[in-house]
Write a protein that binds this ligand. Structure first.
Ligand SMILES: *Cc1c(COP(=O)(O)O)cnc(C)c1O
Length: 356
């Protein structure tokens, strides 16, 4: 055993992917599985292939190349609007890209021509979350520019919500997007094939037929990997939940005053923490840190364990109320959220244990 260790339940991920694909198929919505959460890991990727996923999205060229080299031939969508500096290199590996900038579209057009292929483009529209996306009033201008470019095909428009400002996808903003697509179709004088909604938080909206009829593509990551919907703070019914589990080892366990001692940096806030004086507490230090996980996203499986914080290499927990006696060398296990999963998959120091 090598700790910290991440247990990865491949079968559950596969079943989630397969179930979601079939559910969306039934609504005539193409599932694009967003795979950016597992750092191009080919063992996890295999679960998607076994689930017959035919469209994936990632944002890292390294991962995209790896999937192609592993023999994946179906659709790859460049999920993050590409860096101008990577376009030449990435175009040979992808089928489609999200775009928001005319300059980027022009570079993709050039690279596509050079590679003798057509790249599908989806314009991202910002309808409130203020991450990537063009504002509605500028949409037509960009669309018309793209229409005139060789080597690219304007397939439709899309949006992403929830990820920066935390704006929740709802009926109102989704209908807004649908209306923008209609207006754009009128201006261009042709239909657009794709209305690409995203992400996991949009799934629950698709119960409404009126919405589901208009959405033709859904980009989903979290629901497949974790069965959770962090934006709506819920577990997704009928899916396997928390398919990644962290195991970490206790390297120190001592009774200590919970109150720190000495002059505290940063205006007495101790890097923003407010530490409550709870008297003497049993404190377990685990050998895993910020380099490996996002400690905000750790949910201890043993009752009574409290995560207090982390530094680069240490996780600090309060185990005074733990439901079990603990000692140095014992292992604590945690369910983890998306952000902790992302970090654990990226960290070379976290060993990966695949459970079929
Ligand atoms: C990450 C991402 C998604 C997937 O989001 P989940 O919440 O993991 O389903 C969809 N679209 C874009 C543009 C993304 O960056």
């Amino acid at each position: 055993m090598n700790y910290p260790q991440l247990d990865i339940y491949l079968n559950r991920i596969k079943e989630n992917a397969s179930k979601l694909r079939q559910e969306l198929d039934g609504k005539n919505i193409k599932l694009t599985a967003v795979v950016k959460g597992f750092a191009g890991n080919l063992n996890v990727f295999k679960a998607y292939q076994e689930a017959a996923i035919k469209s994936i999205a990632d944002s890292r060229i390294e991962n995209i190349k790896k999937f192609r080299e592993a023999g994946y031939q179906d659709e790859i969508l460049m999920l993050r609007i590409p860096m101008p500096s990577e376009i030449k290199e990435i175009v040979p590996y992808i089928d489609a890209s999200l775009v928001t900038e005319a300059k980027t579209a022009e570079l993709i057009s050039k690279a596509a021509e050079a590679a003798a292929k057509i790249i599908d483009l989806i314009i991202m529209v910002d309808i409130g979350d203020r991450r990537e996306g063009i504002l509605a009033q500028n949409l037509a201008e960009l669309a018309e520019k793209i229409e005139a470019l060789p080597g690219v095909k304007l397939k439709g428009i899309g949006t992403n919500l929830g990820c920066f400002a935390g704006i929740i996808p709802d009926q109102k903003n989704t209908f807004h997007l649908i209306n923008l697509k209609r207006e754009l179709e009128n201006k261009l004088g042709r239909e657009l094939e794709i209305l690409s909604a995203g992400n996991t938080a949009t799934i629950r909206l698709l119960k409404e037929q009126e919405l589901a009829r208009e959405v033709s593509n859904l980009r989903v990551g979290e629901a497949i990997l974790l069965g959770t919907d962090i934006i709506n703070q819920s577990l997704i019914n009928g899916y396997h939940h928390y398919n990644f589990r962290l195991q970490a080892e206790i390297v120190e366990l001592k009774e200590k005053p919970s109150n720190p001692e000495g002059e505290m940096a940063f205006g007495g806030q101790g890097r923003g923490q407010i530490i409550e004086d709870k008297g003497l507490r049993r404190r377990a230090i685990l050998a895993v840190g910020k380099q490996d996980i996002d400690y905000h996203g750790l949910y201890p499986e043993l009752e009574g364990v409290d995560v207090l914080g982390a530094s680069s290499d240490h996780l600090i927990t309060d185990v005074t109320d733990a439901a079990q006696d603990l000692g140095v060398g014992d292992i604590l296990t945690f369910k983890i959220n998306y952000s902790a999963m992302l970090r654990a998959m990226t960290s070379q120091y976290v060993s990966k244990n695949y459970i079929e």
